[in-house]
Design a protein around this ligand. Sequence first.
Ligand code: SF4
Length: 338
Amino acid sequence: MPPPATHPSEAKPSLTVLLAGPRGFCAGVDRAIRIVEEALRLHGAPVYVRHEIVHNRYVVESLERQGAVFVEELDEIPDDGRPVVFSAHGVPKSVPAEAARRRLFYLDATCPLVGKVHREAERHFAAGRHILLIGHAGHPEVIGTMGQLPPGAVTLVEDAAQARRLRAPEGRPLAYITQTTLSVDDTAEIVAALRTRFPSIAGPAKEDICYATTNRQAAVKAIAPRCDLLVVVGAPNSSNSLRLREVAERAGCPRAILVQRGAELDPAVAEGCATVGVTAGASAPEALVEEVLARLRTRFDLCVEEVVVREERVAFKLPAALTEADPAAPPLAAATTP
Ligand code: SF4
């Protein structure tokens, strides 16, 4: 039977969607979620999680339905022997110390790439250097990184203007480290300003901004000049998602918006656009990208093209406390270095 004829007045306008690749979940977020899921599978509910495991409500609510209980501080957890997981952003040293003092069974879901920055900070401190941390005040990763060392050992630098007027401690060698989810371009400008002022400052051999942040920004830069609008799927407290929106506008897209999920997107926003770009922050699952496409389909006839600038094959192992606890657990992808 031939398909029913569509009246011309009912035909939807066509819209090209460029999907940025890579987008969405990174290896650190994937690992953190699997740690909570494995803890629930092995130990049952509840499993406590200190802070949002990753900055995404959809992920948090889905883990809550499985029995995870989210708290902001350890003092909200009773001494009932249940596991507690620390979030992917990392925690100050005082947190595992307090957990050990209370004999809590804790699992650390700090992304290994954030852990690498923690070790860099410790190495510089041991070498007698004062540390400049490039990052955003109040972000949990920054709080965790500064909390690896005693108060006063680290100075936060948020932008190039601050780098230019910074007063460093007299007579101390300097080193810089960075938050992992910053804008690649802004960070290069801040590092250049620091190097101009302090030519002998020590820094990482390879920058601290992680492979996932770098790749997602590169993918947005590749599609932004072709887009009339770019939709970033991510949370308003997700650093790497906010950076994607900035990168899109700087790379030539006239407008970039952040939505948490499909229901937040009014498809009328794409009215008059020929091409819309879609990407997702490292803590946003692909299901939310699908929701955004479904919303756009309610108003437009979509032609979806994926633009992949880099392939990613990074996976991190789960903590031994989970894998060794259950020899029947499914085999994990081997860890690879980004
Ligand atoms: S964005 Fe980068 S640092 Fe953060 S969890 Fe993902 S891989 Fe790790």
